[in-house]
Design a protein around this ligand. Sequence first.
Ligand code: F6R
Length: 346
Amino acid sequence: MNEAGRRMAAEIAEQPGIWQGLLQADPGQFDAAAAAIRARSPRFVLLLARGTSDHAALYAKYLVEIRLALPAGLVSPSTMTAYAARPDLQDVLVLAVSQSGGSTDLVDTLAVARAQGALTVAVTNDPSSPLARAAEIGVDVSAGTEQAVAATKSYTAQLLALYLMLERVRGGDPAPALALPRLGEQVLQLNVVMAEHAARYRFAQRMVVTGRGYSYPTAREAALKLMETSYLSAQAFSAADLLHGPVATLDAAMPVVAVVSDGVGGRLMDPVLPRLRATGADLLLVGSAPSVAAAPGGVVLPGGVPEELAPLLEIIPLQYLALHLAVGRGDDPDAPRGLSKVTRTV
Ligand code: F6R
């Protein structure tokens, strides 16, 4: 590969090693966070994040709702920062997710939430960041400094850290995650295949990415990566929402990427796939479900982990797709227009 995208490519390839590091590290920080959460027995979980980290937060929402059987939702930070709302947050866990821990709205919202009685936990890649310091409890995702502007390794490190922490809250066994580094190394081999797919999309102006369940955050994150590095209009929909109207926009000129994992989310895609094909859209399936292997040109991911861990593997080929599409269009995904490493919003 030429110079463009060198950092992003290197950081994509670092991911299995980062997971290995997190899995081998002293689990003390996850135990401590889980113990504090259990001690407070929250009745509700509010998630606080922006951009890529917001997709990790969405993944955590599925874990919380399904595996902890607690209601969860995403905060709209402006309600507290701009509209000065002061909700009663007793019995609420506010879980902030941020690579940099530097965005003002996250720090301010977390501080308000803490003053309003919430238990505050910040999952960041910088334990000395303002967000980590503002929270009662900090969890370090230990992804190492992320130099490419487009977040890749910090995203999957966030997913794994959230999984390891929340599994401990429910008293579950996080052992299935031990297979991830080995499987991740296998998935990295898809780099070349994804470069070929990217060549097909070289002139695409629009794209739709879809999935269900735990794969919906993957679809959202893939669309963001495509937008910010390749400047095409990529929209992500839950496959259920897609059928509630946006399916009307699909036609032969619209590439669609469907993320189809082996599990409940993948099975929910089964009735959707024929509907997508019927539109004539150029459909690429990515995932571990049998339907992917049966599709011409589908990108098959290894099985071997439960559905809730599949998002770590699913995003890698889509990170490669964004990387190669940007480079193929003559852009440098390491220096995308319109995005900086720390975005400070209010
Ligand atoms: C995406 C990206 C941005 C950041 C967002 C949040 O590749 O880099 O969307 O994820 O600016 O930043 P943090 O996680 O630092 O709060």
